[in-house]
Design a protein around this ligand. Structure first.
Ligand code: GCU
Length: 340
């Protein structure tokens, strides 16, 4: 089957899965909880768009195991992976409605719901991995997790999503000028659009699940992501150049909807929070090793892994940071830049 036909079939299956799961979730909601299975405790439904081989998926599995262990089986998590229930934007909307309990999303599409979250997609706002994690685990990171509560979205923890770099079909992006005339898929994020435009490319927002076909059919010339996502999405089958300019370090977020949160009792909330915390540490430890291995796998598969001069990319977007002053992301950006 061609990948085009395959992804067409995937689309149909995804929509079917979406409807049947929603039917189940709907009846659970009427019963007063995401889902309650006779004699087996509560089950929370968690959805995301990544492949099950992805290290962020491993983090969520770890979280599910921890919840089950801590609650002695009274609270469990069922994971719907691979975008079978929809795009991140759709999943966030379901969670807001209480039709889905939890979502793992990139922080980028969150900015459409919680404007301050745009801060995570400002290029080169984090100096390095250590700076990123001091922010995420400190006062600023914790405050940002709670920023969406009045939009019915409560953050439980972050997962490491490393840094994002350009991958392209026809030619490598070694300098921002190489983006001229290229259509680059970005997430549903104003900041990501502005970044690609500042660097000289044409930004095309698309859902992650639609990207393989868009690359394959030449609708876009390239995209940008971290190594595990580039590998597990199989985008490398089409894009043979991966230039590690590491322009953003957008974390992933595990969110629970406040409609679900309010239905949990004190103990259940504690189990969920403790499990999220444990899974964040587990996933973070996994990340560096998996990134290294995945880069080797990509190189083994014939992808050219390139190390462009990052300074050129930083210079191309230098003016962007100033433009955030006075926006919802502005104070967060200042706090991040001041973080030691
Ligand atoms: C990363 C992130 C996903 C996101 C994807 C994207 O892989 O972990 O949550 O959907 O980027 O580019 O859309």
């Amino acid at each position: 089957m061609s990948s085009g036909a395959r992804s067409g079939a995937d689309g149909v299956l995804r929509r079917r899965g979406f409807l049947s799961v929603l039917a189940g979730v709907g009846s659970g909601v009427v019963a007063g909880m995401g889902c309650r299975e006779a004699g087996e405790g509560k089950v929370l439904r968690l959805a995301h768009v990544l492949d099950t081989r992805h290290p962020v998926h491993a983090g969520m599995e770890h979280m599910g195991e921890a919840v089950e262990r801590l609650s002695e089986g009274r609270l469990r998590v069922r994971i719907y992976a691979g975008g079978q229930l929809g795009s991140e934007r759709e999943l966030l909307e379901l969670v807001q409605l209480g039709a889905l309990d939890m979502v793992k999303t990139s922080a980028s599409p969150m900015e459409g719901f919680v404007p301050g979250m745009e801060v995570f997609s400002i290029p080169y706002v984090f100096r390095d991995e250590g700076h990123l994690w001091r922010v995420l685990e400190g006062r600023v990171g914790r405050a940002l997790l709670d920023l969406g509560v009045d939009k019915r979205l409560k953050g439980l923890c972050y997962y490491d999503a490393g840094s994002r770099s350009f991958y392209t079909r026809g030619r490598p992006v070694m300098r921002p000028e190489d983006l001229r005339g290229l259509k680059i898929r970005v997430q549903n994020s104003r900041a990501a659009i502005r970044m690609v435009e500042a660097m000289g490319g044409a930004a095309t927002p698309l859902a992650f699940g639609e990207l393989y076909t868009a690359l394959d059919q030449g609708v876009v010339d390239g995209a940008e992501n971290n190594p595990p996502s580039f590998l597990t999405s199989r985008h490398y089958e089409v894009c043979r150049y991966y230039a590690l300019d590491e322009h953003t370090s957008v974390p992933d977020l595990l969110m629970v909807g406040t409609p679900t949160w309010e239905r949990l009792d004190g103990r259940e909330r504690e189990w969920l929070e403790a499990a999220a915390e444990v899974s964040m540490r587990f996933q973070r430890e996994l990340w560096a090793g998996r990134t290294r291995e995945d880069l080797e796998t990509l190189a083994g598969a014939g992808v050219e892994i390139l190390h462009p001069d990052k300074v050129r990319f930083q210079e191309a977007v230098r003016g962007l940071q100033a433009s955030y002053r006075g926006t919802a992301a502005g104070p967060w950006m200042e706090a991040i830049l001041e973080q030691g």
